[in-house]
Design a protein around this ligand. Structure first.
Ligand SMILES: NC(=O)c1ccc[n+]([C@@H]2O[C@H](COP(=O)([O-])OP(=O)(O)OC[C@H]3O[C@@H](n4cnc5c(N)ncnc54)[C@H](OP(=O)(O)O)[C@@H]3O)[C@@H](O)[C@H]2O)c1
Length: 316
């Protein structure tokens, strides 16, 4: 059988974003129990560039490596023994070191169906941010009696955790830059500016007290929360895990919900029902992957950034 080739964002060395390049690789074939997905969209997350830079403590790539994790697409080949999916099914999920390529091969039981009413752009950005937001919000067991502060509330994780926290009935205050205040208000979240004086601004907004905190930014979030008297056990950080031991806070994120496919399916159902929105800050064609990474690294997003590898075959 003749082999075909794909485009893939790969890195052959650790380095800055310029270590990434668009390579030609052999199209993968699914083995027993696996399916092949024609990738249409691939969301990117801060951990994707942290891995390339060499600052991720969680992942060590075997070089050269395809980059990325989040994806959505269409199944175009089935390995032996796969009966749970059909060619043409729309699916999404995460495949670390495989996602930013025209095709990927993944275990048939590691996928979630894209529900009707959810686009492949929306589905392709859900895996890391959606699972992380789901797990971290759940970790605080919020009730309508809570006033929760969320840092970086309009970023990739924040747009989901903001909306999920509001669904508990809690009062939600979220930090953001000036450009994201309207977005947070549209979620029912009260915006507050991050930076020096954060604890004073939170005290003024909520004189009765903050009862729980989701730290998605670091940069003084934990310190402000402790200064305001929030119990350490009700402070969850995904941004500064090194402070867990010293401060007694928790570190529940996507990693503690592996694989988290049931939760991803529940989130997709909420999106399909119009109960959770997926703000897309930027969509870049695969050829402009470097611009997408630079945009993400600049650190001031309103929602998610994704690469588009192909047009949605169901569109138009
Ligand atoms: N452990 C896990 O499971 C896990 C999973 C996912 C992410 N993370 C980590 O969580 C963090 C957030 O991820 P993300 O995907 O949401 O990132 P992101 O999409 O890049 O969002 C970054 C956000 O940070 C905000 N920000 C910029 N400067 C800030 C400052 N000085 N103080 C407070 N906020 C500031 C920005 O707000 P404005 O745009 O409003 O300026 C932006 O919305 C990253 O460190 C990431 O590595 C951990």
């Amino acid at each position: 059988m003749s082999s075909s080739t794909d485009r893939a964002v790969r890195f052959h060395r650790l380095g800055d974003v310029d270590a990434l390049q668009l390579d030609t690789v052999e199209t993968p074939r699914p083995g027993p129990g696996e399916v092949r997905v024609r990738v249409i969209t691939a969301g990117i997350n801060p951990v994707d560039w942290k891995i390339v830079v060499g600052s991720s403590s969680r992942y060590t790539p075997s070089l050269p490596s395809i980059n990325g994790n989040d994806f959505a697409g269409v199944i175009d080949d089935l390995g032996d023994g796969v009966t749970s999916w059909s060619i043409g099914d729309r699916v999404f999920g995460g495949a670390r070191f495989h996602a930013q390529a025209d095709h990927l091969v993944v275990a048939a039981d590691a996928l979630v169906a894209v529900p009707a009413g959810v686009s492949l752009a929306e589905a392709g950005v859900l895996d890391i941010a959606g699972r992380t937001a789901w797990a971290s919000v759940a970790s605080l067991a919020l009730t309508p009696d809570d006033t929760v502060f969320i840092s970086a509330a309009a970023g990739g994780v924040g747009v989901f955790s903001s909306q999920l926290a509001r669904r508990t009935g809690a009062r939600v205050i979220g930090s953001c830059g000036a450009g994201n205040e309207a977005l947070l208000r549209s979620f029912g979240v009260e915006p507050v500016r991050y930076g020096d004086g954060l604890a004073d601004r939170l005290r003024a907004l909520a004189p009765e007290g903050i009862t729980a905190v989701l730290d998605q930014a670091g940069r003084g979030t934990i310190e402000a929360a402790l200064e305001l008297g929030v119990p350490a056990g009700r402070i969850n950080t995904i941004a500064e895990p090194t402070k867990v031991a010293t401060h007694g806070v928790t570190n529940i994120g996507g990693h503690s919900l592996t694989p988290g496919l049931a939760e991803l399916g529940e989130l997709a159902a909420l999106i399909a029902a119009g109960e959770v929105r997926v703000p897309i800050d930027g969509e870049f064609p695969l050829e402009r992957f470097a611009d997408a990474y630079e945009h993400l690294r600049a650190g001031h997003l309103s929602g998610k950034v994704l690469l588009r590898l192909a047009e949605d075959p169901a569109a138009g």
